[in-house]
Design a binder for this molecule. Structure first.
Ligand code: PMP
Length: 377
């Protein structure tokens, strides 16, 4: 079944991109690879706001976003370093877990689900923990909250630490200006706002991260940033890439930059978000979970009224599935924790990538009556 995806990734893939998956395979150490990856690297840098003479280096890493995040954790903290993970939800917790599981000395700064990080508590944690690496989330997919990462990175730098930013669920769906934000490493993946299948993690590494990685021992191999960048310098990947995905990516990045255009793409994301917000605001008792000013352009998280609980949301998900649509009936663990604390659960709508306004409208027109009927008891 060709379900229409309103989950938070993977997301709708354009027919041209599906077809590009049928293009011929190529040798990954051949000039054909350099041709494909040459345009991929250039276009990724453009999407990240990097000028041609930028000192950021881009790596395409086999695996998914988590592989890029694990590469950062393995490569940017050595045995004498302390990591501070800043979590506002499930994916901040994932970043924390990656540091712990890789044996890094790690402290956590935690916020309640639905909150954005605030600079005052971050400043206190920096002074207490004295980390050399800080893990930040740009767009927390479990709660629909976008952090003010640029301000946090500036604070992290004022204390001499490096900043690693998880941008998995926003890259390609919102303007990004790495030279202004100045993260030491920015990590993302293909299957969200880029409108591609999953399969590559992407890393943008600044000069301090590049230098640090060269000094860190025990980076493994497929999580060694230095090794990835060595291959990237030859416009290749460290290990054998999925050539079908590389073909799709070359086609899709060219479309994003040269056909749709970045400005139009980013404006479309905001327009889709606003349309979803309007829908939520017109539903009795339903509330946007993220605080104003921090609402994600790619994911909307909605807190539901009584009598709805997660069990009803799961039933609503199945009803919508029967009608041809897939959405997320909340982030499992988050809903369990909130219900345990006597709070109402959430569901999430992904509005990213190449999803169009017409597709959003059709989805909402189907979801509205289903939600109204369920919440009427
Ligand atoms: N971080 C964020 C913010 C995410 O949304 C996701 C995927 N939902 C991940 C990390 C993990 O990425 P992947 O599934 O590509 O490994």
């Amino acid at each position: 079944t060709d379900l229409k995806l309103f989950i938070t990734g993977p997301t709708y893939i354009r027919p041209e991109v599906r077809q590009a998956g049928c293009l011929p395979e190529f040798g990954h150490r051949d000039s054909e690879a350099v041709k494909r990856f040459g345009s991929i690297f250039t276009n990724l840098a453009t999407l990240a706001g990097l000028p041609e003479d930028s000192d950021y280096k881009v790596a395409v890493i086999n695996g998914s976003g988590t592989c890029a995040m694990e590469t950062a954790v393995r490569s940017l903290a050595g045995p004498d370093d302390t990591v501070l993970s800043v979590s506002i939800g499930a994916f901040g917790d994932l970043f924390h877990k990656l540091a712990v599981l890789n044996g890094k000395r790690t402290e956590a700064l935690h916020y309640e689900p639905g909150q954005a990080m605030d600079l005052a508590s971050l400043e206190r944690a920096l002074d207490e923990v004295k980390p050399s690496l800080v893990l930040l989330t740009h767009n927390e997919t479990s709660t629909g909250v976008t952090n003010d990462v640029a301000a946090a990175v500036a604070l992290v730098h004022s204390r001499g630490a490096l900043a690693a930013v998880d941008g998995v669920s926003i890259f390609g769906g919102a303007p990004l200006d790495l030279p202004t934000m100045q993260p030491d490493i920015y990590l993302t993946a293909t299957q969200k706002s880029l409108g591609l299948p999953a399969g590559f993690g992407l890393a943008f590494a600044g000069p301090k991260a590049v230098a640090k990685a060269e000094t860190v021992p025990n980076k493994g191999w497929i999580t060694d940033l230095t090794a990835h960048l060595g291959r990237a310098a030859k416009l290749q990947t460290l290990t054998t890439p999925n050539t079908s995905l590389a073909n799709q990516m070359a086609v899709q990045l060219d479309y994003i930059i040269n056909e749709e255009g970045m400005e139009k793409r980013f404006a479309r994301h905001i327009a889709m978000r606003d349309r979803v917000h309007e829908f939520v605001n017109n539903l009795d008792g339903f509330e946007l979970f993220a605080p104003e000013g921090y609402r994600s352009p790619t994911v909307t998280c909605v807190q539901v009224p009584e009598p709805l609980k997660t069990v009803q949301l799961k039933a609503i998900k199945e009803t919508m599935r029967d009608k041809g649509y897939l959405f997320d009936p909340g982030y499992g663990k988050l809903n369990t924790a909130m219900e345990g604390a006597g709070k109402q659960p959430v569901f999430r709508i992904g509005h990213m990538g190449d999803t169009s306004m017409a597709m959003v409208d059709a989805f909402l027109a189907t979801l509205g009556p289903v939600l109204k009927e369920a919440s009427a008891g």
